[in-house]
Design a binder for this molecule. Structure first.
Ligand SMILES: Cc1cc2nc3c(=O)[nH]c(=O)nc-3n(C[C@H](O)[C@H](O)[C@H](O)COP(=O)(O)O)c2cc1C
Length: 415
C-alpha cells in the first residue's frame, strides 16, 4: 500500500467495475441546466472533475420526470434528442478521461419540487407516497409559505407508481446508452423514494406501505426494472439516509430496509442523511478535528454505517458527509465503516481534490498533516440569523450552504 494509505487503493465492485481509488465525487446538483437540458457548461464542469484522479464521479441528481424538478436549473433526461445524447456522451467521456467510473444519479423530487420547477401545470400537485405536507414549522406564515411553494402533495396511485418505475428504468437505459458505467438511485434527503421509506411520510396500507419491507418495495421494483434494460456489468446502487429523524429513535426499520436492498443485489449502498426539513447532510463544517479521536470520526454518519456493516460484512458501502482529511478517510476505511468515500463540498472547492489535497497521482509527497481541506463555514446572511422562525431558519441555512457551493460549481464552468 502506498504511503497515502487505503484511500489510494483500487476497489472492484460486484458488477466487476473497478474504481482506481476510493474517492467518489458525490452527487451535487450543478444548477447549470436550462429547461432541464444539459449544455456545454455541464460538459466543461465534468471534464474538469474528470482530470482530478477521482475513483468515481457521480452527476448531480438527474430528474426522471421533467414535470417535477428540484429546481428550475436541474437536468432531466426524459426527452432524448440527438443534441442531448451528444452532450451526455461528452459528459461521460469527460468523467472517464483518466479512469474514473461515470455514475449518473437519478431522482424524483417528490414533495420537495417547488413551484415553477418542472413543466407541470400550476394546479398539478406534487407526488408523494401519502398526502403529507412538508413541515418547516408551525406558525401561520411558515405554513402559508410551504403551501405556496410546495403545496400538499397528492398520494400516488398504483398506476403512477408504475409510471415512476418505468421512468427510472428509462433514465438508466439512457445513461448506459450515452456511456455511463452505472446509475445511483437517490433514495435519501427527503425526495420521493426516501419518503416511501419513512413511516412518517408513507402511511399507505397497500403493497407499498405498512412495514419497513413494503415501504422499500418501490425501490426493489425500480432495481428490477432497470436490470431488465441494462447489461449485467452496469452498476445499480442506492443512496439512502441513515436512521435519522425520519425514524423513531432506536428503530431498526431502516436496517431492515437495507437488508431488502442488499438481498436484491445493489452494487453498493451510499449512506447519507437529512432532508429539506432538517438538512443534516449540509451540516456546517467544523475546522478539521483537533484531537485524533474526533478526526478519526469526522464522517457525519459513520456510526450508522458501522451498524450496517455488522449485518452485511460483504456489502460495498459508500459514506458521504463530513470527510475532509486523509487521516479521517483512512480511519473510516480501516474500521470497515465504508469502502468508498463520498466527497461533496470539497469537490466544488477543489475539483482535483484527490490529487492536490489527498496526493493521489500528485508529483510531490503530501504528508498526513497537510492532506486535508480546512473548509470555511458558510456565513449565514444576517437576515436569516434574525428570522423569528427557528425551524425555517434551519432549512434556509442548509439552502444557503447549497447555494454557496452551487455557485462554486458555476465558477468551474466559467474558468
Ligand atoms: C451544491 C450541492 C448540491 C447537492 N446536490 C445533491 C444531489 O443532487 N444529490 C445528492 O444526493 N446530494 C446532493 N448534495 C449533497 C452531497 O452529495 C453530500 O451528501 C453533502 O454535501 C455532504 O457531503 P460533504 O460534507 O462532503 O459536502 C448536494 C450538496 C451540495 C453542496
Amino acid at each position: 500500500m502506498s504511503e497515502i494509505g487505503e484511500v489510494a487503493t483500487s476497489l472492484t465492485l460486484p458488477s466487476g467495475l473497478v474504481l482506481p481509488n476510493r474517492l467518489v465525487k458525490a452527487a451535487m446538483a450543478e444548477s447549470l441546466a436550462k429547461n432541464g437540458r444539459a449544455g456545454p457548461e455541464l460538459v466543461k464542469v465534468y471534464e474538469k472533475w474528470g482530470q482530478g484522479e477521482w475513483g468515481a464521479i457521480m452527476t448531480g441528481n438527474v430528474m426522471v420526470d421533467e414535470r417535477y424538478m428540484g429546481s428550475p436549473q436541474d437536468t432531466t433526461v426524459q426527452s432524448k434528442n440527438s443534441v442531448e445524447i451528444d452532450t451526455w456522451q461528452r459528459i461521460a467521456r469527460g468523467i472517464k478521461a483518466k479512469g474514473a467510473l461515470a455514475l449518473m444519479q437519478i431522482n424524483h423530487p417528490g414533495r420537495q419540487s417547488r413551484a415553477g420547477a418542472g413543466s407541470r401545470g400550476f394546479l398539478q400537485k406534487n407526488l408523494a407516497p401519502s398526502a403529507v405536507s412538508l413541515n418547516f414549522g408551525t406558525g401561520v406564515v411558515v405554513k402559508t409559505l410551504v403551501k405556496v411553494l410546495f403545496g400538499t402533495p397528492a398520494e400516488m396511485s398504483t398506476i403512477q407508481i408504475q409510471t415512476l418505475i418505468n421512468q427510472f428504468a428509462d433514465a438508466a437505459k439512457f445513461a448506459q446508452q450515452v456511456g455511463f458505467d452505472g446509475v445511483t438511485i437517490h433514495a435519501a434527503h427527503g425526495y420521493l423514494l426516501s419518503d416511501f421509506l419513512s413511516p412518517k411520510t408513507n402511511t399507505r396500507t397497500d403493497a407499498y406501505g405498512g412495514t419497513p419491507e413494503k415501504r422499500a418495495r418501490v425501490i426493489v421494483e425500480i432495481i428490477e426494472a432497470i436490470r431488465e434494460v441494462v447489461s449485467t456489468n452496469f452498476s445499480i446502487s442506492v443512496k439512502m439516509n441513515s436512521s435519522d429523524q425520519q425514524y423513531d429513535a432506536g428503530s431498526d426499520a431502516v436496517l431492515k430496509q437495507v437488508d431488502v436492498l442488499v438481498s436484491h443485489g445493489v452494487d453498493f449502498l451510499e449512506i447519507s442523511g437529512g432532508s429539506y426539513e432538517n438538512p443534516r447532510m449540509m451540516r456546517g463544517d467544523e475546522v478539521p478535528a483537533k484531537s485524533e479521536r474526533t478526526q478519526k470520526r469526522e464522517a457525519f454518519f459513520l456510526d450508522f454505517a458501522l451498524a450496517v456493516r455488522e449485518r452485511h460484512p460483504d456489502l460495498h458501502l459508500m459514506l458521504t458527509g463530513g470527510f475532509r482529511t486523509r487521516t479521517g478517510m483512512n480511519s473510516a476505511l480501516q474500521t470497515k465503516g465504508c469502502d468508498m468515500i463520498g466527497i461533496g463540498r470539497p469537490a466544488a472547492t477543489v475539483p482535483d481534490f484527490p490529487r492536490s489535497v489527498i496526493g493521489i497521482g500528485a508529483k510531490r509527497d503530501i504528508s498526513d498533516a497537510e492532506a486535508g481541506l480546512q473548509m470555511q463555514k458558510v456565513e449565514t446572511p444576517w437576515l436569516l440569523k434574525h428570522l423569528p422562525f427557528p425551524e425555517l431558519q434551519r432549512v434556509l441555512v442548509g439552502g444557503a450552504e447549497t447555494m454557496h457551493y452551487g455557485q462554486k460549481i458555476g465558477e468551474m464552468a466559467k474558468a
